[in-house]
Every structure is written in C-alpha cells, then in structure tokens.
Design a protein around this ligand. Sequence first.
Ligand code: SF4
Ligand code: SF4
Length: 57
Amino acid sequence: MVYQIDKSVCVGCGACAGNCPVSAIEQKEDRYEINPDICVGCGACESTCPVSAISRK
Ligand code: SF4
Ligand code: SF4
C-alpha cells in the first residue's frame, strides 16, 4: 500500500513532509514526492494536505 502525491495538485507547502513519521516525503524542486521504498502506508500525510493532493494508489 503506497501513497502518492499528485504533482499537478501539490502546491509545495511541505505540510505533509513534517507529518510523515518515517520521513518518506522529499522535496523535489518546488514540489514534494513520496519515496515508495520508505513509505509505510500509515496515511498520516493524506489528511494534512490542504489541497488533497495525496491519495492511496
Ligand atoms: S502514508 Fe505515512 S509513511 Fe507514507 S508518506 Fe504518508 S505519512 Fe509517510
Ligand atoms: S501537503 Fe499537499 S500541497 Fe503541501 S507539499 Fe504535501 S502534497 Fe504538496
């Protein structure tokens, strides 16, 4: 179970990265990405995104 950030929706605020317990969310230029090798699928990031850019894939 992996969560992904829709880059076309993400506004680069960084809120999700600060809430990931395993630091799986990395800044890539002006957007953020979830590293699927680190993500444990907890879902904590999903509810912190103000623009609902994060969803389970
Ligand atoms: S689902 Fe959990 S582990 Fe995965 S990126 Fe979001 S907060 Fe981090
Ligand atoms: S919380 Fe949402 S908008 Fe902010 S960096 Fe994360 S995915 Fe992008």
